[in-house]
Design a protein around this ligand. Structure first.
Ligand code: FES
Length: 138
């Protein structure tokens, strides 16, 4: 089988790429978010930026906003990840940290194998933001 035969985008990927959820259009104001994290891909050089709003009492992720220079797969995967961590009023940080790129890809109904590295950016930027949150770095 040639690589091109595996190049298939599910309707769910297209939905999240064409109408990304929780994309941050404007630069945030100072103090608007509780945490910030950034990750880059060594494979393609793209960058992901993530801003979080955390409920300090319950440790739930109330907002997950993001920007990227990544490709369609990175956009779809991050959009999906942002939905997964904020659904049902926001999931607890400890549970959000357990979400893997494989979980994101499952919710997207798959990604082309060549694009799996793109789904890692959201997860990595989120982990950086949580490190910064607990380290007192906004
Ligand atoms: Fe860079 Fe997908 S090719 S994020």
């Amino acid at each position: 089988m040639k690589d091109v035969d595996n190049w298939y985008y599910s309707d769910k990927v297209k939905e999240h790429f064409l109408k990304p959820k929780n994309f941050l259009e404007k630069e945030p104001k100072k103090g608007e978010f509780d945490a910030y994290g950034e990750a880059g891909s060594v494979v393609c050089g793209d960058i992901m930026k993530v801003w979080l709003k955390i409920d300090k009492k319950t440790e739930r992720v109330k907002k997950f906003k993001w920007q990227t220079w990544g490709c369609a797969s990175a956009i779809a995967a991050t959009s999906m990840f942002s939905v997964m961590v904020t659904e049902k009023g926001g999931i607890k940080i400890k549970d959000a940290l357990k979400i893997t790129p494989k979980d994101i890809i499952t919710r997207l109904h798959g990604l082309p194998p060549q694009k799996v590295h793109c789904s890692v950016l959201a997860d990595q930027a989120f982990k950086k933001a949580i490190d910064n949150y607990y380290g007192g770095r906004v």
